[in-house]
Ligand binder design. Sequence first.
Ligand code: ZN
Length: 222
Amino acid sequence: MNTPLKVVQCWDDGVATDARLTDILRKHGAKATFNLNAGLHRNTRQFGWVYQGMDVYRLGWDEMNAVYDGFDIANHSLHHPYLEQIPIVDARREIAEGKDRLEQFFKKRVLGFAYPFGTYNNDVMAMVRDTGHVYARTTQAANQVFPPKDPMAFHPSCRFWTTDFEKRYHAAKKNGVFYFWGHSYEMTTDAMWRTFETLIKKISNDPQSEWANVKDLFAHTK
Ligand SMILES: [Zn+2]
């Protein structure tokens, strides 16, 4: 293989365990994008919900710059609604203001979008495109991910917690891009975190692969 496989990853919802995740990614030189809901965070860390018996906390704004330092940020709407089920005027605000607030806070351009719950329709796709996003990620797994037929329906390769993750990773070497996504709160045991770190390290050490940011797959002006 002459052209290395581009490996991109993204993580959703801005949860406290992203701090543990970014520590591991930094250690192994991996790039990643974090899809955030600007309307759901307070100044300090707040309880969010329970996942498999574990309390999930949302990060506070007071720690976001440190946690995500060196990583890319993308928009996941303001409040994580089903965008295709709310009035268009509200959906537009969710999309546009979500992007604006993240750009103001992180002081850099936000060009990516991830649909909350992975759901969308033609109106939602048009609004995401018209508000200046260069791609929008769905939650449907695809074998050939890039280039997508429509960047506003960019299907990833798989979730991180997929039994055939490694098989899909190696199969993607024929296709040029491997794109996985997840939620760091899904890692509820130290064993899962060790599995995660082992896989990240393996990808970082794979001479046939290189990490990339999702948005850099798409032409855009920096
Ligand atoms: Zn989400």
